[in-house]
Design a protein around this ligand. Sequence first.
Ligand code: ADP
Length: 893
Amino acid sequence: MTEATGIVGEFLALKAETDADLLAMQCGDFYEFFDEDAETVADELDLKVSQKSSHGSSYPMAGVPVDDLTPYLTALVERGYRVAVADQHETSDGHERAITRIVTPGTLIETPDDDAQYLAAVVREGDGYGVAAADVTTGQFFVTSVDGEDREGALLTELYKFDPAEVLPGPDVRADEALLDRIRERTTATLTLHAAESFAPGRARHRVREQFGDDTTESVGIDDDEAAIRAAGAVLSYVEETGQGALASVTRLQTYSGSDHVELDATTQRNLELTETMQGDRSGSLFSTIDHTVTSAGGRLLSQWLVRPRQSRRELERRQSGVAALAEAAMAREDLREVLDGAYDLERLASRAASGSADAGDLLRVAETLALLPRSAEVIEGTDRLAESPLAEVVADADRESAADLAAELDEALADDPPSTVTQGGLFRRGYDDELDEIIEQHEAAKEWIETLDQREKGRHGITHLQVDRNKTDGYYIQVGKSEADDVPDEYEAIKTLKNSERFTIPELEEKEREILRLEEQRGELEYELFQNLRERVADRATLLQDVGRALAELDALASLATHAVRNDWTRPELVEGRDLDIRQGRHPVVEQTTSFVPNDLSMDDDRRFLIVTGPNMSGKSTYMRQAALITLLAQIGSFVPAESARVGLVDGIFTRVGALDELAQGRSTFMVEMQELSNILHSATDESLVILDEVGRGTATYDGISIAWAATEYIHNQVRAKTLFATHYHELTGLADHLDRVENVHVAADESDGDVTFLRTVRDGPTDRSYGIHVADLAGVPDPVVDRSRDVLERLREEEAIEAKGSGDGEPVQAVFDLSSGSFQQDGERTAERATADGGAAADESADDSTLDPETEAILDQLRDLDVNETPPVELLAKVQEWQAKLDGDDG
Ligand code: ADP
């Protein structure tokens, strides 16, 4: 079987040309995968493998019908494969095959879901990183660069926001295995090694200019930003190389700087469960809770707002006013949502038009959706409350006239219910093109002639059982019943004998048949040409489509926020400069959906900037703190918030450090992760940030834990000065309020009578005074004897007074107490009276002034004085302190 050698050989040769993971090669009506590729595809997609023998050896083979390729490709790409497609072209002497495109996770136009789909490139440049991210399904293109002390963290944060489907690491990044690992860990992206020269500055700059125009880099302010340009150029060249024509809709380069966006690091985005829960589910996330959008573009925009909150009060108040107007004008809001409900995804349609994959139905959907712009404008302008709001600008800014023109053009051109194939005619209305009309008329006349042929023949020859019909094998024929088959005239030429009838043809009919086929072919070709022109004209207006799509999406997102606010009795927060955060009767936006929620107040300002939150396990500490973060975040996307009233001082970043269940599952040391995150917060937060710390220090031994929590509190209070909420089991820390000006205690109250705890969920000023760990052990089903015994032990310990219970769910008694005045630990029983009275500063001064110290201690004190706390990572600080303690212990003997 030489032909088999040919095909498998050809397949293997083409496969060697590409670096794609798989190759789909067209063989007539099928796309075939051979050899290992066949096995992989069959495994992934549950296809049947057959054997293709060639030269005595046999190769696995799996195929899909040509018309079904797209869903199979999509499925493979979604599993992370890059698939090359080789099409078959007819040539004068047979056919040849060549790879025409590579479909990859980041460049798939026909993506089945509504989410954004980013392809990102990352380059290292000097002290920073450049990031470019393109969504070819919508034409969005972003570039930015990050630097600073924790530039890797900043890079990962950017990537996390885009959640790219595919990442192209630049040559420098590729060399950094540790960074690649972190990218793999933090994203689900396929990492693709794209040609290193595409990242070269000169080539990249050229490519960017070619795409966006000569002055773009200057006008968007990245002309000097080599990192951003290199990343952008690499993305463009990669999309081009995959050969899917997806670039045409990418018309605008957008940069964004951190300065107007609220910094939300990747950890915080996850901790706050913005778009998915810690368990990775969408339902239960903030987004799924507040999302009432009726279009996919509206949903995408709303989720983009959530991960990119803003600092600009003007922009936020603009959105707020829109939401407020829509919240009040209930009827108009419902009307508007009904109009929007009919919208298709214009950005996506623009990309499909640009890549040449849009069919006639798609273009009709473009027209239909464009027509919704004036209809939305009507609703808005017809309602005073909305007409006065910023919503009026949203519709006014869009180019209504061009939208109407294009919609009219498409409506006039396309038939009402066009077929999905674009090569076989039937797409256009009569009157659109003279030449086409002419063909259609001739075609109809020919058909008409055939339709009346039976009558003519019956009349002429007196045959009663005669009909004219058409099928695939025989073409047009005249069928005559058996009984009359002998009566047909001479010109009837028999072509087939059936059981009860005979089929004939006549020269005239053959002639008409040829004419019809010719006309059908002409019509198909002409309509395809006309359609391509029309599609190109739509593609040329990609920007218009994107603008209108964006305006409709914004209306949808604002209407969604208004709907949620009205349904849940949310309030418009007052946005202020400065550090106030004042929430009356606040609720947690997600928890309030499923629980009868006890509202709580929160009051923070310049002088009350650091709240230590105590309370029994399960009392509601985390909920209270997350609620504060989420209300701030919602305020900074322009939303209303779950509270009776709220005054929110705008923040430049929200940082959280909470329990690390997921990292534990990934097998990383909790404590190490905890310290990395703490370190990141201490480096990145500013006095305008909001910091949420939940149980910092828990991942290590009690003393280490308390020391770190203690030091972190001091550092944030004195140096960072961020607005901070800190929940802790270390009851010892509540004493800090006495020593640090801006630190205050609050606790979540619980009522303990008859040994039972009732959670009141109410937050009150001051520290909690009891430990409820044993009760939690009881709730958790720890056997009664153990619970009872622990009550006895606790009682004894309390009686002995010198010992305090740790207050954690672990129920593990602390064997030493942390001495507030000296900031050190003392062993059981050796507490001095000093603790009750002395103040930390005085004690430290005393020892510093002591001139009788031995040289070793002097040396330690020197090191202590020289140590720059701001410049030393907490973990190192800890190590230092431990080292000094060990030395001092050694001296004391
Ligand atoms: P902690 O951090 O103190 O251990 P959590 O914040 O995890 O406690 O809350 C424990 C449980 O109490 C959660 O199931 C939460 O839904 C519920 N809860 C917390 N705060 C409230 C509240 N204000 N009203 C009603 N239920 C609450």
